[in-house]
Ligand binder design. Structure first.
Ligand SMILES: [Zn+2]
Length: 396
């Protein structure tokens, strides 16, 4: 029922756009709430139809970086949600400094296989030449970079984020305490957590849409996108965005600590990402269970480098979490560090597994799958999942 209404509304908006000048003037006379609702509807219509021309009409044309990013977002969206039914609804609109408005948008997607997902997404808008556009504050709008020291961490934030700085600092302190407790690593100097309220002030990882990152070239700082910014991305409507922020900070601090302890360059993705997810407590039981039920073989070697495809990433992270969970279940965190160090020395996973866990690659794969199926209370299908060990094959 509601879907039909959205479709009609979208069609009307497209018609209004082709009508040209008159329609544009009518739009300009709208209230902020009306104007923003229209842009949001057009934006998600453009995304779900992969209509880059329509998408371009929704984005601030003076912000080239944001335009590029939205085109990239459309490609990711197409890969993940092509053929899905998408609904968007503006839940709240609030006034921000420098003529910006922030909208909280509820987005729900029904995939063609019947899977359903929903999220909340913050988006900023401002009037450009009389029309409402998706935009972001410029470095000038954000104000100076400030810092506030806490226990183990120092928060760096722009004036723009000053209202949420106290709350974020507390979250960062809790994340730091969790990381030191679970990794056993303690740092002498405070680490820096920098909040990024706009892509324009992000020193790295702009194109891939990541919600946080760590750069080896800035080894004392982790970067996370501000709650309420576009880059923060969609979050689960049933929990607070600040809970997700805490998980992101914990994840990135784990990378920082791991880099300090063993050096993460050259490690397989599952070792670094899986460990960061494990420390953050970010399991993905839904994706992992689905893969196990479909008898998809979670292969250690395939998790060496994540596929990069948006639709596979959840399983890449989820599978890596389970791998790390298994290693730590066997040998504890100390054993995990030993495995990483061993691997760093030889870059040979089979021999590193033999030395630190006492079993080679195939045995490890088979035991891990069996353990995982038991953990998820699924019937044991051992012997089916892992290829035979070469020596056994020769004997048979
Ligand atoms: Zn990571």
């Amino acid at each position: 029922m509601r879907e039909a209404v959205v479709r009609c509304l979208a069609a009307l908006l497209v018609a209004a756009l082709v009508a040209g000048r008159v329609a544009t003037h009518r739009l300009a006379a709208q209230s902020p709430a009306q104007g923003i609702r229209h842009v949001v509807a057009r934006y998600y219509t453009a995304m779900s139809r992969f209509d880059l021309k329509l998408l371009a009409t929704t984005v601030d044309p003076t912000n080239r970086g944001l335009e590029r990013l939205q085109r990239q977002e459309a490609f990711d969206w197409f890969e993940e949600f092509s053929g899905s039914r998408v609904r968007s609804r503006v839940e709240r609109i609030g006034r921000m400094p420098h003529g910006f408005y922030r909208a909280t948008v509820h987005v729900s997607v029904v995939l063609h296989n019947g899977d359903f997902g929903e999220e909340l997404q913050s988006m900023l808008f401002r009037r450009v030449h009389g029309e409402w556009k998706l935009s972001e504050p410029s470095p000038g709008d954000l104000g100076p970079l400030r810092s506030r020291a806490g226990r183990g961490v120092t928060l760096e934030y722009y004036e723009w984020d000053s209202r949420q700085a106290g709350r974020v600092l507390k979250i960062a302190e809790r994340s730091y305490a969790r990381v030191t407790r679970l990794t056993g690593v303690r740092l002498r100097k405070n680490v820096r957590v920098r909040l990024l309220p706009a892509y324009a002030v992000s020193p790295g990882h702009v194109e891939d849409g990541s919600v946080g990152y760590y750069l080896s070239r800035m080894p004392n700082t982790v970067f996370v996108r501000s709650p309420g910014s576009l880059g923060f991305g969609g979050y689960d409507p049933s929990i607070s965005p600040y809970d997700e922020l805490g998980q992101s900070i914990t994840h990135e601090l784990t990378h920082l600590v791991s880099d300090r302890k063993v050096g993460i360059e050259g490690l397989p993705d599952w070792m670094t990402e899986g460990f960061a997810e494990w420390v953050a407590g970010s399991e993905r039981p839904y994706e992992v269970r689905q893969a196990l039920e479909q008898h998809r073989f979670l292969d250690v070697r395939l998790l060496d480098q994540f596929s990069g495809g948006a639709s596979e990433l959840d399983l890449d992270y989820g599978g890596s979490y389970e791998l790390v969970d298994y290693v730590i279940h066997l040998k504890g965190t100390g054993g995990y560090w030993t495995l990483l160090r061993d691997y760093k020395r030889t870059h040979d996973l089979d021999s590193a597994l033999r030395r630190s866990l006492g079993m080679g690659m195939y045995e490890f794969q088979e035991r891990w799958q069996r353990w995982l199926r038991a953990k998820y209370r699924l019937p044991d299908t051992s012997g089916y999942l892992a290829p035979p060990v070469p020596s056994e094959q020769a004997a048979a």
